[in-house]
Design a protein around this ligand. Structure first.
Ligand code: GDP
Length: 526
């Protein structure tokens, strides 16, 4: 294999997702410790924006700063190059997380043994299912009491709508937690409370051997044997291809805080998780090992310093090799660009990189050239798909509160929308601008940033809307009729596409009933 192919095949680019507090930050930190990327516990800052902090602007700014540093964490482990993409925990930033999921090749889901599957996890899993992203589940906090593991597996299958296959199995839990049997490697891992890294790891191919009693005592040995027998009877044998196809999720148990079960997870992960996968562009499918570079922007991060309105565009390299100072084509602008200081993200450091390979994330310092979804290539016209906007859930009219600053306001709105902070619709009836978000916090962030970064003052006026959906029809006449009938409820998005603003679920249902020839879409990509 050429060195080029080797570089790409050793990459593992993934995200950890969970409901807040399940242990995502803790797990990330332990993984980084194994990679030698950090040396002390507590080094990874959680970029959680807590609900209580919604009015604490300094806090949000600080958090935004932290999340630049921890947006992508790269490290080497064994012969692998691992890129962890961080996702904001706060649900008001769910859209950010959705987009990040378009840039990963696989996902690890953290589930709390006591709380089971929670709302946020369910929502994020929908995106993984849509994209057929391979998923591994890590059931966390086994040092605490929680649900029966079999019940939890049923719950995961039902709630996340994916088949599961345990690859490790807990031996009791809480105060009595003894460890796990690693089905994947046929090893017995014994747990010693709060002794990090001192896991006893015993090769144990035959759990029917009486040796088991010596390690965990007779009652637990009997229980473990019957559990494993049940597992082997109920769940089909693990087949890595079903995992790679996104049909079966292997499950591991452990305790991130105690660094227990994490290495087993990581060792299995690097072996089975996919290297960079092909990416679908509108024109064709792009293979990671193609010679020439291509990539797309999945995230834009504004800089902390409001006086220098610069930002960082995060580019996922889809194919080939990205090189510093090479000429690349910005497809939407149709112009060539060169980047003299692209950054790599290694653990918490940002450093200038000379080259990056398919699977890597490159940070490009930018002053407003990029927007979310932009493609960058060595010259070929490629448009990458798969960065949908979701139908927002909260709406407000945005109004100018300082007539002297109209230009600044418009520019600010434009750039914030490019960053993907929220969505803008223009009401076709009254010409007013409507901002749609998934959470209240985004309105506060927009107002704050317009003032501090653009010197513009905005005011929010209420509008009572239930949903905005994109509409289309094969029958132009029907579409025209609909738009005439619903003239007060019609808007266009930034691409000029028709959007129907339904003010209640009932109105939407009636519209769908009355106009069967019109398609109503709830994501922007259809
Ligand atoms: P995140 O919101 O998903 O990033 O969760 P954190 O990693 O910040 O963890 C939330 C809380 O759970 C913290 O107080 C952690 O110390 C705690 N925690 C994480 N893993 C474990 C575990 O394995 N056992 C116990 N008992 N607590 C844990």
């Amino acid at each position: 294999m050429s060195q080029f192919s080797e570089e790409i095949r050793k990459r593992r680019t993934f995200a950890i997702i969970s409901h807040p507090d399940a242990g995502k930050t803790t797990l990330t930190e332990k993984l980084l410790l194994f990679g030698g990327a950090i040396h002390v516990a507590g080094a990874v800052k959680s970029n959680k924006i807590k609900k209580t902090a919604t009015s604490d602007w300094m806090e949000i700014e600080k958090q935004r700063g932290i999340s630049v540093a921890t947006s992508v964490m790269g490290f080497n482990y064994d012969d692998y190059k691992i890129n962890i993409l961080d996702t904001p925990g706060h649900q008001d930033f769910a859209e950010d997380t959705f987009r990040t999921l378009t840039a990963v090749d696989s996902v690890i889901i953290v589930v709390d043994i006591a709380k089971g599957v929670e709302a946020q996890t369910r929502k994020l899993m929908e995106v993984c299912r849509m994209r057929k992203t391979p998923v591994i589940v890590f059931v966390n906090k086994l040092d605490r009491d929680g649900k029966d593991p079999f019940d939890l597996l049923d719950e995961i299958e039902e709630e996340l709508q994916i088949n599961v296959r345990p690859l490790s199995w807990p031996i009791d839990m809480g105060q009595r937690f003894k460890g796990v049997y690693n089905i994947f490697e046929e090893k017995l891992n014994l747990y010693t409370p709060s002794k990090q890294f001192v896991t006893e790891n015993i090769e144990f191919k035959d759990i029917n051997s009486p040796e088991l009693e010596n390690h965990i005592g007779a009652p637990l040995a009997v229980k473990l044997r019957s559990d494993i027998e049940l597992i082997e009877g109920v769940y089909p044998e693990f087949d890595v291809n079903t995992y790679l196809a996104g049909d079966v999720a292997p499950v591991f148990f452990g305790s991130a805080l105690n660094n227990f079960g994490v290495k087993e997870l990581l060792d299995c992960f690097v072996r089975i998780a996919p290297s960079p996968r092909p990416v679908q562009a509108i024109e064709r499918k792009v293979e990671p090992e193609e010679d020439t570079f291509s990539g797309f922007v999945f995230k834009i991060h504004a800089n902390m310093d409001p006086n220098h309105r610069s930002c960082i565009a995060f580019v996922k390299v889809c194919s080939g090799r990205f090189e510093r100072n090479a000429n690349y084509k910005h497809i939407r602008h149709g112009k060539m660009m060169r980047f003299s200081s692209p950054t790599a993200f290694m653990a918490q450091k940002k450093e200038v990189l000379d080259e990056a390979f398919a699977g890597d994330i490159v940070g490009l310092p930018d002053t407003g050239n990029f927007k979310i979804g932009d493609s960058l290539t060595a010259g070929e016209d490629l448009h990458f798909k798969g960065l949908p906007s979701f139908s927002p859930e909260m709406f407000k009219y945005i109004e100018n509160d300082d007539p002297m600053k109209t230009k600044q306001l418009n520019k600010g709105i434009d750039q914030l929308m490019d960053e993907g902070v929220a969505q803008l619709f223009i009401n076709q009836f009254n010409g007013r601008k409507i901002i749609g978000t998934v959470g209240q916090l985004q309105f506060e962030v927009i107002q704050y940033r317009l003032l501090h970064e653009y010197g513009a003052q905005c005011r929010w006026d209420p509008i009572s809307l239930y949903k905005a959906c994109w509409i289309e029809s094969d029958n132009a006449q029907v579409l025209e009729n609909f738009k005439k009938r619903k003239v007060q409820y019609m808007a266009v998005d930034r691409e000029g596409r028709d959007v129907f603003l339904a003010d209640s679920g009932y109105v939407l249902m009636m519209a769908q009933n009355d106009f069967p020839q019109i398609k109503f879409h709830f994501t922007s990509e259809f």
